[in-house]
Design a protein around this ligand. Structure first.
Ligand code: ADP
Ligand code: ASP
Ligand code: MG
Length: 408
């Protein structure tokens, strides 16, 4: 007998029929003698619908009220799934985040889980219930409802698995695993049998939204056995997220390609090339709580230099405004912005022991006439910023150049 946490995403619970299918899968595992905790998302489209509705009343919805509202999506699904399980003759009980309780900090719309009370769940499991918990939501120390950021049900799943010391956390979604890149962009993408935590963390933080970044962090920290699977297929081993030392097979140099359309680029032109200039530019940006991702400072020519960085598109206008405000003080010639960029990254632990990955990447893009605007690297990834209109082309040619295509 194993204790398994299963998480089902929005598409997987998108209709009554699909909820019944989920119930059937849960029943199958239960019949095998396992204890099951199920975490569900809101029905597909529901969270977006609720956010849009809020914006009809308040252009920038109050974060606390927004959380009260969007958390209702998951509350509907837990009840529906519990009913479906009961209809199949199983004992089931649903819990909201607050009822469990999933204790979080008070950062509305992007709260972090601090602790999980697993006693009630354990008592229910021992009494033969399937426990159904709302993903994406928690409660802070003062009893306020919080949510964990978009895609946060993954994190609920992994956090519950960690708290319950579950044997496995299974993330059921609309693809049958983690692919070499988003199969919606490159149909030749290949499912990975396994991927290391480190690589998955990079893929997630560089834009692969198949798992929320925090869920991967959690799984790595608490050593949760994590698997991504299809909720639409009966069989299949999915993708196991492994620790590097566990994976015996030799690693490919590149495991996957991630991309992100959510960033925008800002360039401060012609600033004096002197100590403190980076701080003078980024200090006010940081003070406004704007996160900066890639940063590039050119080599100074005749005493001046250009300084570029990227921010989330949501913060673009605000950041430009801040810099225009200090342009005189910075003695900058110009403040320029471009929100039609995309970031493409190649990721792989094999890069550590291989040279030439960067040059291969740059050559491949050059052959297609794709201009690289910014570059950043770490031990296991290389990212470039390009014009967003070349994003899909870049992903496909890189996928081919690094031999990631599906074997036929
Ligand atoms: P859920 O609602 O089940 O949480 P998501 O839409 O959040 O599902 O995540 C699944 C989607 O992630 C897939 O449909 C796919 O388009 C996208 N995706 C992006 N990158 C990858 C990747 N490398 N492998 C698999 N899926 C990916
Ligand atoms: N329903 C939430 C969202 O759409 C959480 C999730 O699906 O993981 O972001
Ligand atoms: Mg998701």
């Amino acid at each position: 007998m194993a204790l398994i946490v299963q998480k089902y995403g929005g598409t997987s619970v998108g209709s009554p029929e699909r909820i019944r299918n989920v119930a059937q899968r849960v029943a199958k595992f239960k019949a095998q003698g396992h204890q099951i905790v199920v975490v569900v998302s809101a029905m597909s489209g529901e969270t977006n619908r609720l956010i849009a509705l809020a914006k009809e009343i308040q252009a920038k919805p109050d974060p606390r009220e927004l959380d009260v509202m969007v958390s209702t999506g998951e509350q509907v699904t837990i009840a529906l799934l519990s009913m479906a399980l009961m209809e199949m003759g199983l004992k089931a009980k649903s819990y909201t985040g607050a009822q469990v309780r999933v204790l979080t900090d008070s950062a509305f719309t992007k709260a972090r889980i601090l602790a999980i009370d697993e006693e009630k769940m354990r008592a229910d499991l021992d009494a033969g219930f399937v426990v159904v918990v709302a993903g994406f939501q928690g409660v802070d120390g003062d009893g306020n409802i919080t949510t964990l950021g978009r895609g946060g049900s993954d994190t609920t799943g992994v956090a519950l698995a960690a708290a319950l010391k579950a044997d496995e956390c299974q993330i059921y979604t609309d693809v049958d695993g983690v692919y070499t890149t988003d199969p919606r962009i490159e149909p030749k993408a290949k499912r990975l049998k396994s991927i290391t935590f480190e690589e998955m963390l990079e893929m997630a933080s560089l834009g692969s939204k198949v798992l929320q970044i925090r869920s991967v962090e959690f799984a790595g920290k608490y050593k949760v056995k994590l698997r991504v699977l299809s909720s639409f297929e009966e069989e299949g081993e999915g993708t196991l997220i492994t620790f590097e030392e566990e994976s015996k097979m030799e690693q490919p140099i590149i495991s996957g390609i991630a991309f992100n359309r959510d960033e925008a680029k800002i360039t401060v032109r012609g600033v004096p090339d002197k100590p403190g200039i980076a701080y003078q530019i980024l200090g006010p940006v940081a003070d406004a709580n704007i996160e900066v991702d890639m940063i590039i400072q050119n080599v100074g020519v005749e005493g001046t230099t250009d300084f570029s960085f990227t921010v989330h598109k949501n913060d673009f206008e605000k950041a430009i405004g801040i810099l225009k405000g200090v342009q005189g003080h910075l003695e900058a010639k110009d403040v320029l912005g471009d929100d039609r960029i995309a970031k493409v990254s190649v990721v792989g632990v094999g890069m550590r022991s291989h040279v030439g990955v960067a040059s291969q990447m740059f050559r491949t893009l050059a052959e297609e006439g794709i201009n690289i605007q910014m570059i950043s690297t770490s031990e296991i990834k290389i990212s470039v910023v390009i014009d967003e209109k070349y994003l899909e082309l870049a992903v496909r040619v890189l996928h081919k150049a690094f031999h990631l295509e599906q074997e036929v």
